[in-house]
Design a protein around this ligand. Structure first.
Ligand SMILES: NC(=O)c1ccc[n+]([C@@H]2O[C@H](COP(=O)([O-])OP(=O)(O)OC[C@H]3O[C@@H](n4cnc5c(N)ncnc54)[C@H](OP(=O)(O)O)[C@@H]3O)[C@@H](O)[C@H]2O)c1
Length: 263
């Protein structure tokens, strides 16, 4: 199925910056009508002001009241709902041994429970939508757990798993579920991490641009592609891991030992 984005009514979370802002611009450019969300009200209003027929609805994805209000206000403004893009997320960079239960739970709240419960609020409206779909922005860490990303990997694996289960379940409502699996993106993501005590030399400046990811998301929605891995590095890592899982794990463990014990 090819999905025409013209006139589609969309809720997009995490639109105040990075990948979300670029995705809002790309979706609006394709003719979609948007309710853009996040916590930074000023950034959202600035964005909505530049897009035709867009509305800014500030909301904290971890708050049940905010989730309900976001869906209600978006549906009232847009006159219904066709697409929900769960893009809001937070990172946490460092090893499990130096983390805390609080960080673990916070990452799961933002990256898993928030989007999942927002989808619960949106589903009754999506079932009445035109070519409806849920788009979950996960990560390559949601397909291969990575050192220094323990909570983040767990949260994204959980969202990938929920997406797979929904795909079968939502078929009876005619609602498609699309999973986006981006690799490293130079979005400013690292400025918002909950902790930064990881050791590897991460080069976000060598990653994709937010516009690259936005282009991939729009293409996935248009072509109704079930799962889209974005970025050469993510594609290479996941393919290598698929065919050589033991070697991949050995190489990763060797790198961690070098970084942390010098051996
Ligand atoms: N950058 C990468 O390398 C990369 C790679 C793979 C996947 N991803 C995923 O891509 C998505 C977008 O990330 P990004 O790279 O664009 O990073 P970003 O610039 O930090 O954007 C994160 C967005 O999430 C929103 N957000 C965070 N906590 C929230 C909360 N409690 N309630 C509502 N909104 C919240 C932020 O808005 P407010 O601060 O205004 O709330 C912001 O708009 C995330 O799901 C991330 O995990 C990123």
């Amino acid at each position: 199925m090819a999905r025409d984005l013209a006139g589609k009514r969309v809720i997009l979370t995490g639109a105040s910056g990075g990948i979300g802002r670029a995705t809002a611009e790309a979706l609006a450019g394709a003719g979609a009508r948007l309710a853009v969300s996040g916590r930074n009200a000023d950034a959202l209003r600035e964005l909505a002001g530049r897009l035709p027929d867009a509305v800014a609805i500030p909301a904290d994805i971890t708050s049940p009241d905010d989730r309900r209000r976001l869906v209600d206000e978006a549906v009232r403004h847009l006159g219904g709902l066709d697409i929900l893009v769960n893009n809001a997320g937070v990172g946490s960079w460092g090893h499990f041994a130096s983390s805390t239960e609080e960080i673990n739970r916070r990452v799961l709240e933002v990256n898993f429970f928030g989007p999942v419960e927002l989808t619960r609020c949106a589903l009754p409206h999506l079932t009445d939508g035109v070519q409806p779909c849920v788009v979950n922005v996960t990560s390559m860490c949601g397909r291969k757990g990575m050192p220094a990303w323990p909570e983040y990997s767990a949260s994204k694996f959980a969202l990938v798993g929920m997406s797979e289960a929904w795909r079968g379940e939502f078929a009876r409502f005619g609602v498609d579920v699309l999973t986006i699996v981006p690799g490293m993106t130079d979005s400013g993501f690292d400025k918002n991490w909950l902790r930064t005590d990881g050791k590897a030399d991460l080069r976000f400046d060598k990653g994709m641009t937010p516009a690259d990811v936005a282009t991939g998301i729009v293409l996935a929605i248009r072509s109704n592609k079930t799962e889209t891995v974005l970025g050469g590095e993510a594609r290479r890592l996941l393919r290598f891991n698929k065919f050589f899982p033991r070697l991949t794990n050995w190489l990763i463990a060797r790198k961690v030992r070098k970084l942390y014990t010098g051996g």
